[in-house]
Every structure is written in structure tokens, then in C-alpha cells.
Design a protein. Sequence first.
Length: 374
Amino acid sequence: MRLRTFALAAVAACRPAGAAPAPASTPIDQRFEPVISYLRSQVDSAFPGAVIAVGRHDTVLLLSAVGHYGVDDPRPVTTETVYDLASLTKVIGLTTACMMLVGEGKLDLDAPVQRYVPAFRGANKERVTIRHLLTHSSGLPAWRPLYIEATTRTVAFAMADTTPLLRQPGDTFVYSDLGAMVLTQVVEGLTGQRLDAYLDAHEFKPLGMTSTRFLPPSEWRNRIAPTERSQDGTIILGTVHDENAWKLGGVSGHAGLFSTGPDLARFARWLLTAWSKDSGRVRGFTKRQDIPPGSSRALGWDTPSENSSAGTKLGAHAFGHTGFTGTSIWIDPDKDLFIILLTNRVNPTRENNRIGRVRPRVADLVVDALTPPP
């Protein structure tokens, strides 16, 4: 069965009858009081506000908001607040697109990137495969200031394609936004659609993710959490925080998605259901690849490791990702559990790195809350 067909069946199994919206909030189960209390203690320290969603494949157990929109916006955050997902775009959007295209037989993980992007040229680049891009082992550098160097989306992609490798393919893990930009071109070339249009038609709409998109419209502005204060003193609001994604017109596989807790809960429930029913595709994408040896990376996704944002109590099959703006998602099929944390920790400045201690603590508190006493 092709993944696309399976995915739509899984979507139908996941969402409530009649495609009713996910609950705006859930009553706070007493078991989760330590989680909420801890998050409240981090308001105005690690972030202005946060939304947390916890659940299983068939239900949302916790959906709650704490804090306020921003340092200059005292309005209380709600569970419908929209957050800039930053690098969660890589897994919610780009990786899922690749998974569907592999399932349709259009994308070969072990094919050279040049098969799909002929402009991907330079020394040793003929050896770089799609799998290398998804595991951040292509040899590409992490980043370059395309927002300064490029004039258009097309020029930015061309610069990403011609950036020299720093390492031999498969030899070294380097978390690379440039690799995700190249992979964006792979998806767009195979589908004939810009990434946002493809994902909207093939993922977001089928899953009922009505508050997930690139380039949020102006009518969303009042419920979007602000991010960083720019050099001119203005706060970034409703525009992607990542500078290179902004240069790419706000649409790229490495950053640019905006979403809410309820929408991401839908996505997580779908993946948990798909993982339990699918012996190949979903499990293959979320399994550690060991490229290079010792790397914690799956295909697009990360897996728990020492000092991971996953905390210390998730299982061997868990997978997840983080976003620079203060977002994270972890999914544990063995525990039938997802943990989503959305914050705007970069408001007013990216120099606030306290989210690094919050993520693993929240994950551990959630597992503790769901673990029966001995």
C-alpha cells in the first residue's frame, strides 16, 4: 500500500468523527499539576509564554497555556496561540513530504541528490545522497548568510547548491540548514509545487491542521506569538524569525512553518497511529540511522541521546526535534505518548537559552505523571 493511501486512512482513524476541532483546552488532570506548575515558574525567565500538549494516539490528555504573548504584550497566551515553529519545519513539513514521496515511489533515499537537483554541483557532491541530507551527514556546512548574500529565492537556492562541502559525505554529522534547503528543491522538483502548496494539499488539509501554514495571513496577527526584537527596535511578529527563511520568501524546508498546540497534537496522533500500523515507512524514517556511526539522527528526526531535550525517561523508539524559537516535539511509540512544547523563548532576544533546561525537565515530569506509583 502506498504511504499516501495509508496516511489518509490513518488520518481518518486519528481525528474525531465529523472532523471536529481539537479541544481548545483540557481540564488539568491532577497528575499534570507538577508539569503546569513548573512551566508557570519559567514564565518571564525562560520564555514569556508557552503551550503544552500531551496525548496518545487516540486522545489529548493535556492541552494548556501559561504566561503571556511577549515582554511588551501582557495578553495571556491561549491554546490557540500561533507559534513560529523554526526547525520543527524540518520534520513537520519537509521530512513528512519526503516520507510521502518515498511511499509513492518518487524519491529514492539512496539516490544521489544530483538526480533530482542537477545544479547541486561541486567536489564530491556526486556522492551525496538524499539519506545524507536527511541525516545531516552530507558534508555541507551548517549555514551561510544567504539573507545578506542573495537577492531572490532562486539565487539563495543556487548559492546553497554550490556551497562547497566541508567534509566527505557520510563522515561527519553537521546540523545543516543548507542541506534542508537543497532537500526543499528536491521536493518541489518532484511535486511541481512550492513546498507550502504541496504540504497544505497533502498533509495539513487532510489532517485538519487549519492553523498550520507558511506565511500566516494578516488576520492571524493577533494570535501569533512575537519573536525577537530587531536591531531597529521593532518586534518580529507574523514573519518568519529565521533570516535565511525570510530571504527564501518565508517558505523553506528548514524553517517557516507556524502552528498551534492543537494542530501539532493532530499531527502527533497521526504519526503514533501510523507507526503502530506501519511496519516499514514510518518506522524506517524514525529509526536511528547510525550515519555517521554514533549519530543520534534518524531520517529528518532526532532520537534521545545524552543531555537530549527528550529528557531521561523516553523509550528506545522515541523520536523528536527542537526549534530555535523555543519549540519542541517528542513522540514515544512504546509509551504511546507525545509531548509538544511551544514557546517564544527568543522574545525579546535569542540570547535567552534557558529553554535548554526546560525541555528535558518537562519531558521527565510528563513521564512521571503518567507512570503509576510502585
